[in-house]
Design a protein around this ligand. Structure first.
Ligand code: FES
Length: 316
């Protein structure tokens, strides 16, 4: 206990008092300016990379950019620490047998040794500012993604670009003509004028014979001429549902179904997207469709349920 009190006192004195003169005969180490400049530069670059991570998070949260900027910030900070540790901070080791410190005057020598540790480093204030700035920005960058866990995330995942009359278009923004989809074909469509990257945007449209349909009662009229639309995002873990199984010999085969290639969740297209196989916990949300006066496919409302991975509504 006594030792800890003395050590704390020594550190405090070391902060408050001006540095003591080195013992006579001990060589004064010259600051390594190039190493200091390199450390500053690395710290500034680390700050810039951390700031870029935060900017990308808000402006363009592309995971590639986010990973690259945060990784770069860590690498630069590590490099700054390495250079500072190897070439800026004096590398002096000394071992001296000494009795336990009992008298105040003995502390002077200890204070001188501690003060000596700072010799050879010029512009300490700059170092403190640059190091503190880098640590602060890195901390902010690490905390920023926590915003994705708040109520905003729920709002973003809940919104849908689909509404009555919204035209279905291809990836090239060309309207989808109903007559152009044949039985057994799967077409990917997007809402006209909306962000195609939105989790609720992509849908798959397939055609079955109208007499095959077995939709729930409250979805009568959702599949004009046997054309049915579903969210393309698998309700298991969010892969793109992209396989369409349309048996050509009905009596011995299961009915038409779409399949997710990731873990083979299979959804019946004639029964409202009901899961018939695989780990998905709920049906594919169905999009009510209609055909406008030009023979083009349009939405007739919003999805039957929330599109996207089903961790918020498994087995409901
Ligand atoms: S993501 Fe589709 S089955 Fe797992």
């Amino acid at each position: 206990m006594k030792r800890w009190l003395i050590a704390a006192l020594v550190l405090l004195l070391g902060k408050l008092r001006p540095p003591r003169a080195l013992p006579p005969g001990r060589p004064v180490r010259e600051p390594d300016r190039r190493a200091e400049n390199l450390t500053f530069l690395l710290l500034l670059c680390a700050m810039a990379a951390a700031a870029a991570f935060i900017a990308f998070y808000f402006a363009n949260p592309d995971t590639q950019f986010l990973g690259a900027t945060l990784g770069l910030a860590f690498v630069l900070l590590a490099a700054a620490c390495l250079v500072a540790g190897k070439r800026v901070v004096p590398q002096i080791e000394g071992v001296k047998e000494r009795p336990e410190l009992e008298h105040p005057f003995e502390q002077d020598e200890v204070v001188a040794v501690i003060a000596e540790g700072g010799e050879g480093v010029s512009r300490k204030r700059f170092f403190l500012l640059a190091g503190g700035g880098a640590a602060g920005l890195m901390g902010a960058a690490l905390l920023t993604p926590a915003l994705s866990c708040g109520p905003e995330a729920n709002r973003v995942l809940s919104r849908s670009p689909w509404n009555r009359g919204r035209l279905l278009v291809t990836e090239l923004d060309e309207p989808i003509v109903a007559a152009g989809i044949v039985v057994g074909e799967l077409v990917t469509a997007f809402p006209s004028g909306a962000d195609k990257e939105d989790i609720a945007s992509p849908v798959i449209v397939v055609r079955v014979r109208p007499d095959e349909l077995d939709l729930p009662d409250d979805r009568r009229g959702w599949a004009p001429e046997g054309l049915i639309g579903y969210s393309k995002i698998c309700t298991h873990a969010g892969c793109a549902v992209s396989e369409y199984r349309y048996p050509s010999y009905g009596p011995t085969a299961p009915g038409p179904a779409v399949v997710c290639p990731c873990h083979y969740s299979t959804f019946s297209v004639t029964e409202g997207g009901k899961r018939i196989f695989g780990p998905a916990g709920r049906a594919l949300p169905q999009l009510p469709l209609a055909i406008n006066g030009d023979g083009q496919l349009v939405a007739d409302g919003d999805f039957s349920g929330r599109p996207g991975p089903g961790w918020w509504g498994v087995r409901k």
